[in-house]
Design a protein around this ligand. Sequence first.
Ligand SMILES: [Zn+2]
Length: 194
Amino acid sequence: MQITTHDRNTLEIRPNEPLAVEFTSSWHFESGVLLDEIETQEGLADWVDAYRFRLGMSSGEQISIGDEDVDVALRVRAAVRDLLDALVDQTSPPPGSLDLVTKLAGRLDDTTVAWPAAGPHLVWPDDTPTIDKVLSQVCASAVRLLTSPRRELLRRCPAPSCVLFFSALRKTQQWCSPACGNRARVARHSARGR
Ligand SMILES: [Zn+2]
């Protein structure tokens, strides 16, 4: 399955977003309908597969997602969104969300890097569940984003029917995508017409 945002391959249009931002984007509008890519076991497994290299996984690494993993993933995504919301709104996040994200990020300490001919990848202790690997990487990305100058670039897209965070890589960038800019312009125009 291809992971899409505004009807386009997400990995192609947003190759430079931090992994944490990409993970929050798994909940988004598609053709005017709010959808959640990771709310099912299959959907979450597809997301992990699409992002496997950004998650530090090798091409052959097995992905195994259980039913209960979906609940955990949704809880962590909500916590990451809390932190990004707090950053954009310049408020304090719920302490529970910050605790959860920093705790999961700390699990990366258990990894080493293997460097076979095919290129480096992360090695986790045996029997580490896929979901632990995924969420640790997402949370580590969130912690790096929050504590680096990169946070200054973070925005929440103000277009109607959009819930995405994005990085304003150009100073004048107001929207997450050209599609949102167009929709916002149309909405402004019809509001003026009324
Ligand atoms: Zn947008």
